[in-house]
Design a protein around this ligand. Structure first.
Ligand SMILES: C[S@@+](CC[C@H](N)C(=O)[O-])C[C@H]1O[C@@H](n2cnc3c(N)ncnc32)[C@H](O)[C@@H]1O
Ligand SMILES: [Zn+2]
Length: 150
């Protein structure tokens, strides 16, 4: 007897489209209550040393895990890789059992862009030039001017 597996509808309806912050971004098409898990940041798990060095590719980010590995969304990545940064975010990235999930930090209305604070780390001193290289255009009143964690 032939069998097939079935997916479930994604819990939260989101879409990737042109963003006012930068390039493409992720928007919710439904109301998301505070605390709801929205999407997992998926990708290939590799050690930080083995991670592809894409310092000059602004589209690809390795997400650091507490065990020192990183998640590289180039392989097996999903829509979470398109989420932009804000200094006044409505989402946060939380690590659970070596996985990263994006959660709503507050109630989010349908049509809002999903944004979290990248808290970017670099292994060089945070100079004015470095801040500028990772300049933030989130437009928040408390924008720190850079996506780096200061
Ligand atoms: C993971 S991508 C997010 C998707 C991106 N918008 C795109 O179209 O490729 C991360 C890159 O988006 C840009 N970005 C995200 N948030 C930004 C912000 N608040 N200000 C400036 N650039 C931002 C930066 O170039 C960053 O390196
Ligand atoms: Zn900002």
């Amino acid at each position: 007897m032939p069998i097939k597996l079935k997916t479930r509808k994604r819990a939260v309806q989101i879409e990737v489209r042109q963003s006012g912050v930068h390039g493409r971004g992720v928007y919710t098409t439904q109301f998301i209550p505070k605390g709801m898990r929205i999407i997992e940041y998926t990708g290939e798990r590799v050690s930080w040393e083995a991670a592809p060095d894409k310092a000059n590719d602004p589209h690809t980010f390795n997400f650091g895990l507490e065990n020192g590995d990183v998640i590289n969304p180039e392989i097996g990545g999903n829509d979470a890789r398109w989420i932009n940064h804000s200094c006044n975010p409505n989402c946060e990235a939380i690590e659970e059992d070596d996985r990263i999930f994006i959660y709503a930090m507050r109630n989010i209305q349908a049509g809002e862009e999903l944004l979290y604070d990248y808290r970017m780390e670099i292994d060089e001193p945070i100079t004015e030039a470095a801040k500028k290289k990772f300049a933030c255009h989130c437009g928040a009143s408390n924008c720190r001017g850079t996506m780096l964690e200061l």
